[in-house]
Design a protein around this ligand. Structure first.
Ligand SMILES: Cc1cc2nc3c(=O)[nH]c(=O)nc-3n(C[C@H](O)[C@H](O)[C@H](O)COP(=O)(O)OP(=O)(O)OC[C@H]3O[C@@H](n4cnc5c(N)ncnc54)[C@H](O)[C@@H]3O)c2cc1C
Length: 419
């Protein structure tokens, strides 16, 4: 691996494959292509990514409120690319000019490409609800998990100083807005971990209030009915209140107002209300769908631009089997990355490229650290087997990008943290 922090320009004679974004899609693409190209000097792989660590977002439920260190979810690019012919330029792609086959990076430098892979992901979607952006923490990075841990710690310290039980209960009220997979996972972790942590701090767990608020009639709307009901039962068993069919009207630093007129106490609010494709994508001369994702054809190329692939959350690929756009999921991104690598390699070799066929083999949601719900092929899985399957998806990804040594190291770390 080579690192270029300032300039991204390389050798003008080599064919440059420029990958914008080093998340699940970009990293898995760079690794797969680098393994195929090892030993060749005529093709350069340049990854442009501002963050030296990949944020393994699907692992955030492990660390949201401690005790494991949130940095567990950071996969360092220098480790992944250590022995691979990938040059990493720690910068942002500012603009893409597909007509000129040029990318402009953060400091204004223009970098030409032979093939471009756009993999810039998504950002949290935050609706225009008064007070939401100022008072809620989103869950999109290790920094977000650290911020949530700090807010929880501050609430514990404030509660410990207060004599009035009523006021303590108010301060120990935590809410998660959004009953999709992320919201349920964070609520599950909070419901399970916070009583334990309160006991350790000498606080009374019965003074804790945790609630999940969802605007739709049900949580986990893309899971089978039975699995949703099981998740609700599990959350309620762990002491969480699950409020459905209620929109949030406003949020302040101590409470949330719901559409029914009810106001609930919430000194710490987490917002998990969904994702929005990288907003810059709409300004890059590619066709985008209503959600702002770049439309791609069957080979994951942007129509009209034969040298541009778009993969991961920022791309809008219609599954030919269902005619639905693929969901924003890591399991899609890590199939699209290696497929694109194979197609680029085929183009280098002058071979035909192939269409992408997505495989949705299952979906698992943790509800607390050691229990989950989900499905695999045509089976529903509940409880410990579901959580084992979810953790196996992490191990598979570590193996995919880092081989046996990374998979072993991180699995061991995960198990030794008690998960
Ligand atoms: C809390 C949480 C839990 C999740 N759990 C699951 C799960 O259990 N299973 C599952 O399948 N999916 C899960 N997801 C969804 C999954 O994380 C995303 O689908 C996945 O991250 C998409 O991969 P990506 O590579 O497209 O984007 P990302 O992983 O977001 O990576 C995008 C990268 O692009 C970089 N970037 C952005 N803009 C630029 C730019 N202008 N120039 C250069 N680089 C740029 C960013 O820094 C980032 O590193 C979860 C998401 C969240 C937030």
């Amino acid at each position: 691996m080579k690192t270029q922090t300032g300039t991204c320009a390389g050798d003008a004679d080599t064919r440059r494959v420029l990958i914008a974004g080093g998340g699940y899609a970009g990293t898995s693409c760079a690794v797969a292509l680098a393994r195929m190209l090892r030993g060749r000097e005529d093709v350069e792989i340049l990854l442009v990514e501002p963050d030296p660590c990949q944020q393994a977002l699907s692992e955030l439920d492990l660390v949201a409120v401690g005790p494991p260190r949130p940095q567990f979810c950071e996969l360092w690019h220098p480790t992944v690319f250590r022995d691979l012919p990938v040059t990493v330029c720690y910068n942002r792609v500012d603009h893409i000019d597909p007509a000129r086959h040029i990318v402009r990076i953060g400091d204004g430098e223009e970098v030409p490409y032979w093939r471009l892979v756009v993999a810039t992901g998504a950002i949290p979607f935050i609706p225009d609800v008064p007070g939401l952006i100022d008072n809620a923490v989103t869950m999109w990075s290790v920094e977000d998990a650290q911020e949530l841990q700090q807010r929880v710690d501050r609430a514990f310290k404030a509660a410990a100083r207060i004599a009035s039980a009523e006021e303590r209960r108010r301060i120990l009220s935590f809410a998660v807005i959004g009953g999709g997979a992320t919201g349920v996972e964070i609520m599950g972790t909070m419901s399970q971990m916070l009583p334990r942590r309160m006991e350790e701090h000498g606080l009374l767990p019965e003074e804790l209030s945790v609630m999940l608020i969802e605007g739709r009639a049900q949580i986990l709307y893309d899971l089978p009915d039975k699995q949703r009901d099981r998740a609700v039962q599990r959350l309620e068993k762990m002491g969480a209140e699950v409020i459905t069919g209620e929109m949030v009207e406003w949020v302040d630093d101590r409470s949330i107002r719901l559409s029914s007129g009810r106001t609930v106490d919430a000194s710490v609010v987490v917002f998990c209300g969904g994702a929005h494709a990288d907003p810059h994508a709409t300004g890059w001369d590619f066709e985008t769908d209503n959600a702002g994702r770049i439309i791609v054809g069957e080979e994951l190329k942007a129509p009209g631009f034969d040298d541009v692939y778009v993969i991961g959350d920022v791309s809008s690929f219609r599954n030919p089997k269902t005619n639905n756009v693929l969901p924003m999921l890591a399991q899609m991104a890590i199939q699209e990355g290696p497929h694109t690598a194979k197609n680029i390699y085929a183009e280098i070799e002058g071979q035909p490229t192939s269409s992408f066929t997505p495989h949705m083999r299952g979906e698992f949601v943790s509800v607390g650290p050691r229990w989950g719900v989900g499905w695999m092929y045509s089976f529903n899985l509940t409880g410990f087997p579901a959580i084992v399957m979810k953790r196996i998806t992490y191990v598979k990804y570590w193996f995919q990008v880092g081989g046996i040594s990374l998979a072993w190291k991180r699995t061991w770390e995960m198990l030794s943290m008690g998960w």
